[in-house]
Design a protein around this ligand. Structure first.
Ligand SMILES: Nc1ncnc2c1ncn2[C@@H]1O[C@H](COP(=O)(O)OP(=O)(O)OP(=O)(O)O)[C@@H](O)[C@H]1O
Ligand SMILES: [Mg+2]
Length: 537
């Protein structure tokens, strides 16, 4: 992340003061850093006022959240509610759930006949959020703190930052969604919390699921452990109902709406509405007409819960795994805090109560907490930067300690088995900052270079991991014997900046690379273990 935002701030205030001299009645504003919750289905923007209170910025349609949907038709782009509605009439022109595809080269479906990069759709959404916020607050907004699921990997984080840059936003920090929720809880509910608490944040949104264990002591937020699933959220519950509705049509009307061009989008909208209705009622009567066929039936909440039990089970499994991995007993947890729109499903609170013996805490806004937390974090950035420059201790009110969600390792060859292996340098859930040095060795006589392949996640053989960078040391001196030591150091700092260094102690030769979460220079392909270059040790 950017070390100090100050140079940008001073240029901006100069520009503003020039404008101010042309229109003497306009008072120059202090640049404002907003917090953005860029969601799979809905997004929200918040700012912190002069009294330190976070507020959600109402969009141009008067809503707290904006649908993360884009309609692209004849080069014209519409974001939000209208785009969502247009799904039925123009399904091939609407992009939804782009966050699910972020980090990949293209969206899973073409839009307006073309394949589009998910970060382009995300940038269009961010652009609309930025313009709406500027209109509402009457000042330019060029800097933001953006939240991402804790379980997002490196390419997904980088693509999110790239999307913000395309939208004209300078990303001062990327913070994890459950961490943002914990900040909102710690600050907004401070007067109600007696002393330090250990809380579990269960965040089930539209497309992603995160669970984090966090120690909250007012403005001291320490993440202990995190886990999740970047491909599990409300849309998976919707898809179960889509299938059920489609089957009902097939049985009673002898045709499937899903097989008609506009049917899939229509079914999805009806399924989402039906799901919401089943949150407030235990039984819902259905009367749906599609292309002159009418389906009349009834669904109960218990049938819906049976249809989706496997999804809820996956969240329960992840919560239990987190508790087990962190060797924590339920007696040590003070609160289970629910965030994300999908936690309105009654089955979520019931499962949490059955699992933990505690009533879940619903005191922070499921829709706004994450944007509020991001805005609160953003509001402390100028004081952090000033503190860094003066060398004084950090004067910002918030002290955040996070963990890395995935293992970070080096790909190599196991000397005994001669098979590929993923040597984990930094275990998942290690508190950041962290530094780790490990001694490896060259594989062959007269090896002239060493390639340190850095991998995030993956199994012990390095499969299914994500390649996040490569540090090449060389050319090495001729005639080095096999087994010459190579020291590899991983340094991971608080701002998500990772430095990898490879050093040959025999000669003092060294090479290093920096992996920045806002850098787009490092390719983000999936690891190919058949690449002959990754042959150290
Ligand atoms: N009353 C309700 N009952 C059930 N589900 C609901 C209700 N209200 C909203 N949802 C669901 O909540 C989800 C949206 O929640 P939220 O806005 O927190 O997600 P998001 O931020 O878009 O996604 P993510 O955080 O996963 O990227 C949608 O799937 C929506 O259908
Ligand atoms: Mg969300």
């Amino acid at each position: 992340m950017r070390g100090s935002p100050d140079p940008t701030l001073s240029i901006q205030s100069k520009r503003l003061s020039i404008q101010g001299s042309e229109t003497p009645t306009t008072k120059p504003h202090k640049p404002l850093v907003v917090g953005i919750d860029l969601g799979t289905t809905y997004s929200a923007v918040a700012y912190v006022d002069d009294r330190g209170q976070p507020h959600t910025i109402i969009n141009s349609e008067g809503d707290l959240t904006t649908p993360s949907a884009a309609l692209i038709e004849n080069q014209e782009v519409t974001i939000g509610k209208l785009a969502l509605k247009a799904q039925i009439t123009l399904p091939g022109n609407v992009a939804t759930f782009a966050k699910r595809d972020i980090g990949k080269p293209t969206l899973s479906h073409p839009v307006d006949g073309r394949s589009v990069a998910p970060e382009v759709i995300e940038s269009l959404i961010l652009g609309r959020l930025k313009r709406d916020a500027e209109t509402k607050l009457g000042r330019p907004i060029t800097q933001a703190v953006i939240t991402v699921p804790a379980y997002f990997n490196e390419p997904k984080r980088r693509s999110t930052i790239r999307a913000a840059e395309l939208a004209g936003l300078d990303v001062l920090a990327i913070i994890n969604e459950p961490t943002a929720a914990a900040i909102a809880y710690g600050i907004e509910k401070h007067s109600e919390i007696l002393g330090p608490q250990t809380v579990l944040i269960y965040d089930l949104g539209g497309g992603t699921f995160d669970v984090s264990m966090v120690k909250v002591d007012h403005s001291n937020i320490t993440v202990v452990a995190t886990d999740g699933n970047a491909m599990l959220g409300g849309i998976d519950w919707d898809r179960c109902l889509v299938k059920w509705l489609d089957d009902q049509f097939a049985q009673t009307c002898k045709f499937r709406p899903s097989e008609v061009e506009t049917g899939a989008a229509w079914l999805m909208q009806e399924a989402t509405e039906l799901k919401h209705a089943l949150t407030s009622r235990t039984e819902v009567k259905i009367r749906l007409t599609f292309q002159s066929s009418t389906l009349i039936t009834t669904i109960t909440r218990s049938v819906f819960e049976d249809l989706t039990a496997h999804l809820l089970d996956r969240t329960r499994f992840t919560v239990r795994k987190l508790m087990k991995d962190s060797a924590t007993q339920w007696e040590q947890i003070d609160q289970v805090i629910l965030v994300g729109g999908s936690t309105r499903l009654p089955q979520v609170a019931e499962m949490i109560t059955a699992l933990t013996g505690m009533e879940p805490n619903l005191s922070i806004s499921a829709d706004e907490a994450i944007a509020h937390g991001a805005a609160l974090y953003a509001s402390t950035i100028p004081s952090r930067a000033a503190a860094n420059q003066t060398g004084e201790p950090e004067s910002g009110r918030l002290v955040i300690s996070d963990v890395n969600a995935h293992n970070l390792g080096v790909l190599g060859i196991d000397l005994e088995t001669r098979l590929s292996c993923n040597y984990v340098m930094i275990q998942r859930n290690t508190p950041i900052p962290v530094k780790q040095t490990t001694r490896f060795q060259t594989l062959r006589d007269d090896q002239r270079s060493v390639a340190v392949e850095i991998v995030e996640g993956g199994d012990s053989r390095g499969r299914y991991g994500t390649h996040i960078g490569k540090c090449v040391l060389g050319p090495l001196p001729a005639h080095l014997p096999a087994g010459t030591p190579v020291d590899v150091t991983f340094r991971y700092d608080r701002d998500g900046l990772m430095q990898v260094e490879a050093r040959l102690p025999a000669t003092g030769q060294q090479a290093s690379i920096q992996i920045e979460r806002h850098s787009t220079s490092v390719p983000s392909e999936t690891v190919d273990p058949s690449d002959p270059e990754w042959s150290i040790l």
